[in-house]
Ligand binder design. Sequence first.
Ligand code: SF4
Ligand code: SF3
Length: 550
Amino acid sequence: MFCYQCQETAGNKGCTVRGVCGKTEDVANMQDLLMYVMKGISIYSTKARELGIENEEVNKFIYNGLFMTITNANFDKQRFVDYVKEGLKLREEIKKQLETAGGKIEGTLPDCATWYAEKEEEFERKSYSPEVSVLATENEDVRSLRELITYGLKGLAAYLEHAVNLGFEDKDLYKFVQEALAKTTDDTLTVDELVALTLETGKYGVNAMALLDKANTETYGNPEVTKVNIGVGTNPGILISGHDLKDIEDLLKQTEGTGIDVYTHGEMLPAHYYPAFKKYKHFVGNYGNAWWKQTEEFETFNGPILFTTNCIVPPKKDASYADRVFTTGAAGYPGSKHIPDREPGEMKDFSEIIEMAKKCKPPVEIEKGEIVGGFAHNQVVALADKVVDAVKTGAIKKFFVMAGCDGRMKSRSYYTEFAEKLPKDTVILTAGCAKYRYNKLNLGDIGGIPRVLDAGQCNDSYSLAVIALKLKEIFELNDINELPIAYNIAWYEQKAVIVLLALLYLGVKNIHLGPTLPAFLSPNVANVLVKNFGIAGIGKVEDDIELFLS
Ligand code: SF4
Ligand code: SF3
């Protein structure tokens, strides 16, 4: 195996024996094979689209398959095997559609478009062969750019899937994702062309996040300032983790009146900010912190846990909660019950989880109090006068965008320290699970504006960009970079990659990225990012604060 797609990759080089995330070699290889097959499908579907052929099944297969390979989303090998099988069938189908329409692909086709097998043993063998690996691309700059694009596409696909689940779609996104995947197999593309494709990925990333923002807000209303309880009630509870709002809607509906409470975990916290979910009295609060603390915090929750997406941490051998873990959507874990997709017009069936919860003890309280969030673009724009005044009078000197992911590395205490040491006339704008490093610190407020403004999930980083563009308009500036906003972003998995590419596309410069720069950036590619966009890593807290404020 070789995997270097996340921030915690072994030695900041690559996982080669077993993932730091817990992904075993055979699962990693099968994920590579799925990527390989999806590239093959995309070669045909892209050509077919030129002839007006749009295959809905292919569209769904690709975004869901990409999502399944995101760090900590799915560890279930059999699901990847089944998916590879389905993918090969689908590839033959779209190939036939293309041929029937008189279409033909010029030149020699790459192996990913022609390799075919039916037996699982053959999948296994293929998944271990070098041509399927990331390392098959020998030129390290080309590999770096291909992977940067691919990881961006994975993040984009995840956001797209959430939007589609709410009935919102954009055919251009399917087209771009498949076209870009196909291009990662094209040896004739130059480094410059791949750099251009990277930026284009950012552009579509903005579109995907905008689509999801529209889907979320039109379905559930605009997030509003909300106090979220972090303590517990006296009823048994179900803990729901991940990012999918449609899933939490179904769960809240089905648990109403059952005597079971619902708690959010990790990236599901922002569900509390949406007006549509506030009416549920049994929607009690948020339990625990960012994903990496789950092996400890799930021990005391006592009830079933539902993963709608990443981040799953494999339960420890002696974990008491392992048989209470359920997955759904792109998420999966071997041995955990997977709740099937909803039939059109219906809800997912969570009855098994609810029945299990009824037999469980209530959660043990691990924290007390409240946290405040809900500062997505609509809410902040509603407060714009106040914010603008504070900037004009100098009460707010600078904003710090500290969106992104959290992770288990010790070096991430940098972000807690950074938040603590920032001068009192600064405001943190956050989104994603990165916030757990400082959202319980009580950093105070500036004239009623809290010093940590949480917009929501990682995809709501889009909201932060909308806020920046709005401020640019109010202050009548020519360039988004003239605003008193600094970017100190934490990354972990591939959703943060699409957020980063989206910000670059929007013209944001001098983003600091930590706690380490991606291992998949070759020195030359890193240099392009440094030179053209002023991307930098992080250093010592005091030095960085001084640098940002200078
Ligand atoms: Fe390693 Fe990250 Fe890949 Fe897991 S996802 S195998 S930790 S690089
Ligand atoms: Fe977190 Fe996994 Fe990235 Fe949506 S839940 S931000 S890491």
